[in-house]
Design a protein around this ligand. Structure first.
Ligand SMILES: NC(=O)c1ccc[n+]([C@@H]2O[C@H](COP(=O)([O-])OP(=O)(O)OC[C@H]3O[C@@H](n4cnc5c(N)ncnc54)[C@H](O)[C@@H]3O)[C@@H](O)[C@H]2O)c1
Ligand SMILES: O=C(O)C(=O)C[C@@H](O)[C@H](O)[C@H](O)COP(=O)(O)O
Ligand SMILES: [Zn+2]
Length: 364
């Protein structure tokens, strides 16, 4: 087992990464002081529930925990206010009190939704992350929790750190190939913003990653979580450094919203967005090599790098204006300067972004 740490004073927590950790899931709850006197609520989705919910529930109940569960539909559309209300109803019916914990068992959708429920139920209860997707190496760490609004991604949310993250890599083996590739997008992102050698490693091992070879996957997720943990430990609430984790998300979030949250997966939208950011980097003076390596890394992982031609450019631009990265009247962009390094640029000309969106459509 590998272990990382998010250092945030009294909100610090460990990330446990390894094969088969779910076999002893209840011991982690006991170690982290989760109360056995108050019920827990496990939030999961309809695809994850038949795979892992019984095992997790059985381990916890055998150890004296009282468990209720809530199962939502799978997919991005579940990150909704309607589902937040559903979770609160389930929590009240299940008798959850202020000493209870809410547990996310699933991918980033379940993590963000359950986390926001934990942040808001009774003004905040404990939260545990049990990620089951590759992408969730990113979403389970850092405490950003949210639901979507039809006009904007993650626009209703909070910062609410988990007590611990329990990442059982064995669960990843049941992921469909498209989800594997989408998850690798944020793995590559962690290299692009922080560690050029890791980007080279991703390119070299892309075949093994897509094929889910356990050694390669374990190393990649440890590295990805490690970058995330270091960044969050330095800037929990995104006052400065943490914004770099948003590479590719200005265009990416807009694409997801324009697509009605059901056509492009988050990782796919962010992959396209990172190509847009690399193109912007080149306009600001970075070398063409930056764009070439970024494209190579993402395409090697089987990720899309073009905007589908039927997406409307003006709708994408309008969606960007609703994002949290539109602030004080300008679009703020994470712009790469070289592989492994980015800077935050306010005042990016909207006309440049419009042109880049058009290029990303025409090259498709
Ligand atoms: N909070 C953050 O810091 C943060 C970071 C990155 C992404 N996100 C959010 O995460 C979400 C995307 O997460 P995701 O890609 O994990 O999506 P997801 O939660 O929808 O999971 C992807 C799909 O895989 C299925 N699934 C999950 N685990 C499985 C398993 N082990 N075996 C088989 N199927 C499984 C799910 O049912 C779903 O269909 C987006 O909403 C994004 O905004 C949040
Ligand atoms: O943790 C962060 O900070 C990130 O930016 C990680 C992103 O991958 C994630 O998609 C996040 O939800 C985007 O941030 P948001 O504040 O724009 O919702
Ligand atoms: Zn993301």
């Amino acid at each position: 087992m590998r272990q990382l740490h998010v250092e945030l004073g009294e909100r610090s927590y460990p990330i446990y990464i390894g094969e088969g950790l779910l076999n002893e899931v209840s011991s982690y709850f006991a170690t982290h002081g989760i109360s056995k006197k108050s019920p827990l609520m496990i939030v999961t989705d309809e695809k994850v529930a038949p795979l892992y919910l019984d095992a997790v529930t059985a381990s916890l109940t055998a150890d004296g925990y009282s468990v209720v569960s809530a199962v939502v539909a799978s997919g991005e559309q579940s990150k909704s206010l309607a589902n937040l209300e559903l979770l609160v109803t389930k929590a009240l019916e299940g008798g959850l009190d202020r000493k209870s914990a809410i547990v996310a068992l699933g991918g980033g959708v379940v993590g963000d939704l359950a986390g926001f429920a934990a942040a808001s139920y009774m003004r905040g209860v404990k939260f545990v992350q049990i990620p089951t997707t590759i992408l969730a190496h990113d979403s389970s760490v850092g405490g950003k929790v949210a639901v979507n609004h039809p006009l904007a991604k993650n626009i209703i949310g909070a910062f609410h750190q988990p007590e611990f993250v329990l990442y059982d890599l064995a669960t990843l083996q049941s992921l469909p190939e498209r989800e594997v590739k989408a998850g690798l997008s944020e793995v590559v992102k962690h290299g692009l913003i922080w560690d050029n050698a890791f980007v080279d490693w991703c390119i070299e091992h892309a075949g093994d990653l897509v094929a889910m070879k356990p050694d390669a996957l374990g190393y990649a997720l440890y590295k990805g979580c490690g970058v995330k943990a270091q960044v969050v430990s330095q800037d929990e609430k995104e006052n400065s450094l943490r914004a770099i984790l948003n590479l590719g998300h200005t265009i990416g979030h807009a694409l997801e919203a324009v697509a009605g949250y059901n056509e492009l997966l988050h990782g796919e939208a962010i992959s396209i967005g990172m190509i847009g950011s690399a193109k912007l980097g080149v306009r600001y003076g970075a070398s063409q090599e930056l764009l070439r390596i970024t494209t190579l890394a993402l395409e090697s992982c089987g990720l899309p790098t073009r905007i589908p031609a039927h997406y409307d450019t003006e709708e994408i631009v309008a969606a960007m204006m609703h994002d949290k990265k539109f602030s004080e009247g300008t679009v703020v962009f994470v712009v790469p300067t070289e592989i492994g390094k980015v800077e935050i640029k306010p005042d990016v000309p909207v006309q440049w972004i419009r042109e880049i969106i058009e290029e990303l459509k025409q090259e498709g």
